[in-house]
Design a protein around this ligand. Sequence first.
Ligand SMILES: [Zn+2]
Length: 118
Amino acid sequence: MMYIHYCKHCNRIFMLNGHKMICPKCTDPLTELQISYLDYVDLDMEQRQAFKETCSDDEKLGQLRTTYRMYKYSKWYKKLQSQNTSDLPITSLLSEIARQNMNKDKRINHAEKTGSQS
Ligand SMILES: [Zn+2]
């Protein structure tokens, strides 16, 4: 299932598979929106632009957002929380993991280019 999310930092609407909590581009916390995927893809370019502008307004975004709470029952959440000894917000943990993965990718790419095994 696709869900519509908004990233304030990127000022972009993201159509993402599943309920995501952090931006795939900048790893900032995402806001999940009430609008359904089908309703969103039905909008033309102009309407999408207007919708995005509405989202950039904090007060209006407060009315458009939805909070997906079921993630608290998911395996990955429980696992993450069991390691969360300093009681950080879950979005901070997720963005930290995303950043680590990005760095890992970079190192792999670098190793491939230089032929190094390390
Ligand atoms: Zn972003």
